[in-house]
Design a binder for this molecule. Structure first.
Ligand SMILES: [Zn+2]
Length: 260
């Protein structure tokens, strides 16, 4: 073979190898720079307004299911079928609010630690596809270190993760979870508790800003009167804008794998 042609072929092969290496490096860099948002939608289980709209969203999220409601198991199964993740939305007593807001199986301040664990176990048993739990209300219980330690110990035995909804600035729950080596993250932003779409849109952008700064962010929205259809609309209107900034929407399980 002509020597010149031989060298040209070698050069072409080397150029290809170099290009492949550079491409691989760029991909690794892009993965390293990736930011994440885990959205949790609370209060599934009661065929509440916005349930269909949430399940039709084109992004991943984690659905928190209230136990022992008319549609708890059915909505857990629909979350899984549509490619989401389901967690237990454990009702816990708050300093304020009506008892009726806690649903049929809450953890109450007056309960003994054993009773609190029994309620948690019964609720976790009632939903067979859950990966973790977060608190529904709970400003009183999440400040109760003894109860939270016992509940989180039970969660660890079941391989469940914990998301602190942070309904009180004095929540001891996440620190205890960390102490017990229960995989955990906490809420950064509440998306709704309003029917004002501009406010929810603003909260989605705020979630994006936190993710860009910190690497990830956890936001909680709701089906039902706390948000529902309007929250689904606001998420629909903003998710592409956030994805274009390099943010990926993930479930809490996926987020925990990336941040741990
Ligand atoms: Zn809730």
């Amino acid at each position: 073979m002509n020597k010149k042609i031989y060298y040209i072929i070698i050069e072409i092969i080397l150029a290809f190898i170099l290009a492949a290496l550079l491409f691989r490096l760029a991909m690794v860099r892009a993965a390293e720079n990736k930011k994440y948002i885990a959205i949790i939608i609370d209060d599934f289980g009661n065929d509440s307004k916005g349930t269909e709209e949430m399940l039709e969203l084109p992004i991943k999220f984690t659905g928190a299911v209230m136990p022992f409601m008319p549609n708890s198991v059915q909505e857990q199964d629909r979350l899984i079928k549509t490619g989401r993740e389901a967690i237990l939305h454990q009702p816990m007593e708050a300093h304020t609010g009506k008892r009726s807001w806690l649903g049929p199986v809450p953890i109450l301040s007056q309960m003994s630690t054993d009773e609190a664990v029994n309620v948690f176990t019964k609720n976790a048993d009632s939903l067979d596809k859950i990966k973790g739990f977060n608190n529904h209300m709970g400003s009183a219980i999440t400040e109760d270190k003894e109860k939270m330690r016992a509940i989180l110990t039970a969660a660890k035995e079941r391989d469940m993760f914990f998301v602190d909804s942070v309904t009180t600035a004095n929540s001891a729950a996440q620190d205890i979870a960390k102490e017990l080596a229960v995989p955990t993250v906490k809420r950064d932003v509440f998306l709704d508790s309003t029917q004002d779409i501009s406010k929810i849109t603003e909260n989605m952008r705020k979630t994006g800003d936190i993710a860009l700064k910190k690497g990830y962010a956890v936001a909680i929205g709701h089906v039902g009167a706390e948000g529902g259809v309007v929250t689904a609309k606001a998420i629909m209107n903003t998710y592409e804008e956030l994805e274009n900034k390099g943010i990926e929407f993930v479930t809490v399980s996926e987020l925990l794998k990336k941040v741990e």
